[in-house]
Write a protein that binds this ligand. Structure first.
Ligand SMILES: *Cc1c(COP(=O)(O)O)cnc(C)c1O
Length: 421
């Protein structure tokens, strides 16, 4: 459920008209609903009620400071994958003891940033990383709390670019080697083992892969405890999928996911950490664009928008589907027509949808991409020298620009021409 609904013939974000935001900030732009973000965070919190738990928002999905503050103030922790994300979380007021640090290539400099600012745990992904972290922590007179990310060799049955839990993926250590690697970790002076971590992929639309992974994790917990390790926390990763096409998708709900967690690892007496990103932020955001031209091609009509692949790369990168709807509510029963919906970038990959059935649309009309809150703004670039598009946050009848569109001068000022040219 989200808070982007038609009312009085047009699309609203909570109690703000999308058309009013467009008039104020210009298109294209991203808009997020605070009520939806908080609702989705709350669903996970409720799903784990009764278990000691923490919900760490995977902020790589949407990392604007205002969004982090909103979720952090509601009690969320953060899952970060770089020093930049760590510093964003801290700047948004999230304390270090609520931040977990994931990622396969943490540098020593990044480890220092997190250790000096305070961190709940590092999710370590390899033996060389273990050695480096131990050395850095010891140098700083600290002991770094860690889990080790195990790769359970489970097929997440999602898009190949976002599956992470098979043995051929670069993530984690093979679960079969876990006992040996935990023994090494325990012997390193700068590390304190606190638990186990797993994350098998993103946009999972069924529970079975989670069940397979968490069952293996429960078995491993028993083995590692028998070896004398203190396994107090299980970090179960993120990955629960969302319905991108409203009409025909119904991924599992957080409540069902919570039941699965209870069933597979609830008896172990561990604190449960989860790292949802997409399910919290995905349906909490729209990208709004304007139709520049309608162009008739051979056997097809192109809808050329002022938004492009540099603003929302998911269709080009993952063949992702986004529902695209007019901001003015179409009349009931109006006949739909197929359009190829494209941006202005000089690549054929800059295509958002092919032969998409839409109500008739004219140049100047506004359209909204649904489910654009996750992996949207954060993956945007200025390819084709198109300035990053603004982000707007709505709360009730208020809205604010939470990242402004740079001016062309600002964009140009980032480059430096050497004096010797
Ligand atoms: C990307 C990622 C997540 C979040 O995945 P979603 O599909 O957005 O829920 C969580 N944990 C780790 C380690 C990740 O890399």
């Amino acid at each position: 459920m989200d808070h982007f609904l038609y009312r009085d013939g047009q699309l609203w974000a909570e109690d703000v008209r999308i058309a009013d935001i467009a008039a104020a900030v210009g298109t294209p732009f991203y808009v997020y609903s605070s009520a939806t973000l908080l609702r989705h965070y709350g669903l996970f919190d409720e799903a784990l009620a009764g278990l000691p738990h923490s919900v760490c928002f995977a902020m790589k999905s949407l990392s604007n400071l205002a969004v982090l503050k909103l979720l952090g103030d509601a009690g969320a922790g953060m899952d970060v994958v770089s020093a930049g994300e760590y510093l964003r979380a801290r700047a948004a007021g999230v304390p270090g003891e609520r931040i977990v640090f994931s990622g396969v290539g943490k540098t020593r400099a990044e480890m220092r940033v997190a250790l000096s600012g305070g961190i709940r745990q590092f999710n370590v992904e390899s033996e060389p990383e273990m050695e480096a972290l131990s050395a850095v922590a010891a140098e700083m007179g600290q002991v770094a709390p860690i889990t080790i990310r195990v790769n359970p060799d489970v097929d997440a049955r999602t898009h190949a670019k976002i599956a992470t839990g098979k043995s051929e993926n670069k993530f984690g250590i093979p679960i079969a080697r876990a006992r040996e690697v935990y023994a090494r970790a325990a012997a390193l002076p700068g590390l304190r083992v606190v638990g186990i971590d797993v994350h098998i992929g993103s946009q999972l639309t069924e529970l079975a892969p989670f069940e397979a992974a968490y069952t293996k994790l429960a078995e491993l917990t028993a083995l590692l405890r028998a070896d004398g390790h203190r396994i107090e926390r299980l970090d179960l990763g993120g990955g629960l999928g969302i319905p991108y096409a409203r009409s025909n998708e119904a991924p599992p709900l957080p409540l069902e996911y919570g039941d699965l967690i209870r069933r597979t690892v609830g008896h172990l007496g561990c604190e449960i950490e989860i790292e949802p990103g997409r399910l919290i932020s995905g349906n909490a955001g729209l990208m709004v664009a304007q139709v520049i031209y309608l162009k008739s091609g051979e056997g097809r009509d192109f809808l050329i928008l002022d938004a492009a692949m540099n603003d929302l790369i998911r269709p080009a990168m993952y063949d992702a589907h986004h529902d695209i709807i007019p901001v003015i509510e179409p009349e009931a029963g109006v006949e739909q027509r197929p359009y190829d919906i494209v941006g202005p970038v000089c690549e054929s990959g800059d295509t958002f949808a092919r032969a998409r059935a839409m109500p008739p649309v004219a140049a100047g009309d506004l359209v909204a991409f649904r489910s654009a809150g996750a992996y949207g703004a954060v993956m945007a670039s200025e390819y084709n020298s198109r300035p990053l598009i603004p982000e707007v946050l709505v709360k009730g009848d208020q809205f604010a620009v939470i990242r402004a569109r740079p001016t062309y001068d600002e964009m140009l000022a980032r480059d430096t021409v050497p004096v010797w040219l």
